[in-house]
Design a binder for this molecule. Structure first.
Ligand SMILES: O=C(O)CCC(=O)C(=O)O
Length: 194
């Protein structure tokens, strides 16, 4: 098990935070290569029945992901992605099988709004593992339908694990900020039924 810090959100819920081994953190050329494969178009979701383009690029790999009224059709994993999935399966849950990448361009104010991850077709009890590369951004946890928040810095090479029950009780988001004008890529890893 990697060294993980437990950040308590209330009496029973927490997120776990740690670091990827340095060998799995992309160096600058590898980061640029990963950045270059972001989709040309923004993924479309449905909000209140209307099509809305997500304010960041998103692409599923390995397993389709259905959320907010649409399906993100998966591409095959690239060679760079296999070691991340292998590592997450070994340390957190062997059923993890799908990646969703998010590309955030700080100069374009990219963000993800508060949400709980969809449970459609996900393996009950499995965690969401998020790897962060590039510029630091805040990963904000809020209690579902209550006030307050906890910010967890998502630094280059960090790992944030959201257990199943925490995703039910807390939303997460990555807000835009004038202070963060760089590029960030998140690799989010989930377990889906085949
Ligand atoms: O980019 C992140 O760290 C969060 C991504 C996220 O919340 C999601 O893919 O559901």
């Amino acid at each position: 098990m990697p060294d993980l810090r437990r950040i308590a959100l209330d009496d029973t819920h927490a997120v776990l935070v740690g670091e990827l081994p340095a060998s799995l953190v992309p160096d600058r050329p590898a980061f640029d290569a990963l950045w270059s494969i972001h989709p040309a178009a923004f993924h479309e979701i449905k909000m209140h029945g209307r099509p809305v383009k997500t304010p960041r690029w998103q692409q599923a790999y390995g397993a389709d992901y259905r959320y907010t009224g649409n399906t993100n059709r998966a591409l095959p994993l690239t060679p760079a992605m296999h070691p991340w999935l292998r590592w997450a399966r070994e340390h957190f849950d062997p059923t993890l099988n799908g990646l969703l990448l998010n590309w955030y361009d700080g100069t374009a104010d990219h963000y993800i709004g508060k949400h709980r991850d969809s449970e459609i077709n996900r393996v009950e009890g499995s965690p969401i593992v998020t790897l962060s590369f590039g510029d630091v951004r805040m990963f904000r946890m809020r209690p579902w339908r209550a006030q307050g928040f906890v910010d967890v810095p998502a630094t280059d090479g960090s790992v944030i694990v959201i257990p199943w029950d925490t995703n039910r009780a807390f939303t997460h988001e990555v807000p835009a900020s004038k202070k963060t004008q760089g590029r960030r890529i998140s690799v989010t890893i989930r377990a889906f039924h085949e």
